[in-house]
Design a protein around this ligand. Structure first.
Ligand SMILES: C[S@@+](CC[C@H](N)C(=O)[O-])C[C@H]1O[C@@H](n2cnc3c(N)ncnc32)[C@H](O)[C@@H]1O
Length: 214
């Protein structure tokens, strides 16, 4: 990665960390106000019925949607940049083998299913590319990655209007400069092949299961 891009990527993560720490206390209220129940449901639906020895969640935030779904997995690791969000998750979640890691994609361990819920939408195109490259660099050939997020291919006007309001509100409360939804699917195809695709909430949310190939 060029030096300037790396600096941008690090700056982006710092801004996310401080913004999420600042808003952790009212994140779930914000989520409820903006009708984000469908996001919570999609996280749950995406994971239930899946089985793997280990689940690694990159960006669990305050644990939205994870309570029941993580029970399918023997071992759970939750990795987040924000200490405050992790504390909220810790208050909410129960599991016999759960580890909370204050860190980033560099803390992923080998094996297991890597789940990235509603994280990539926060990054610029370059940030998404850097993040996916780093994630793939820490995975074994054949290891699986599950990305759930707003669907960048959904162009309907109501959805675009909803996103506009959501991003405005999110910027206001967190100070994180989210601007537009970049197409992380295109970046993911550089390192992964698609195994499964599923949409939620009238295709406003998209889940893709990938396998590492490069
Ligand atoms: C928009 S929140 C979504 C949280 C939760 N998944 C949800 O859907 O409510 C994104 C979360 O990802 C975390 N995050 C962003 N980039 C990350 C990275 N590179 N490594 C670890 N956590 C990250 C943020 O701190 C934040 O808690």
């Amino acid at each position: 990665m060029a030096k300037i891009e790396l600096m941008d990527f690090i700056g982006m993560k710092r801004s996310i960390e401080s913004g999420m720490n600042r808003s952790a206390g009212f994140y779930s209220l914000f989520a409820r106000l903006l009708g984000m129940g469908f996001i919570e449901r999609s996280i749950h639906q995406c994971l239930v019925g899946r089985k793997a020895q280990k689940l690694e969640v990159l960006g669990p935030g305050d644990g939205l949607g994870l309570s029941d779904a993580i029970q399918n997995f023997e071992e759970v690791r939750l990795i987040d940049l924000s200490q405050k969000m992790l504390e909220k998750a810790r208050e909410k979640l129960e599991h016999s083998d759960i580890e909370y890691v204050l860190g980033d994609e560099g803390d992923l361990s080998l094996g297991g299913l890597v789940f990235v819920p509603f994280v990539l939408n926060m990054y610029s195109e370059e940030g998404q590319s850097a993040l996916l490259k780093r994630i793939s660099g820490l995975m074994d050939q054949g290891q699986k990655l599950l990305i759930l997020d707003f669907n960048p291919e959904q162009k309907s006007s109501p959805f675009q209007a909803y996103l506009w309001i959501l991003y405005k509100g999110f910027r206001l409360i967190t100070g994180i400069p989210v601007g537009k939804l970049n197409n992380y699917h295109l970046q993911a195809m550089r390192y992964f092949e698609v195994l499964e695709e599923r949409n939620f909430a009238k295709a406003c949310l998209s889940a893709r299961l990938y396998r590492k190939v490069n």
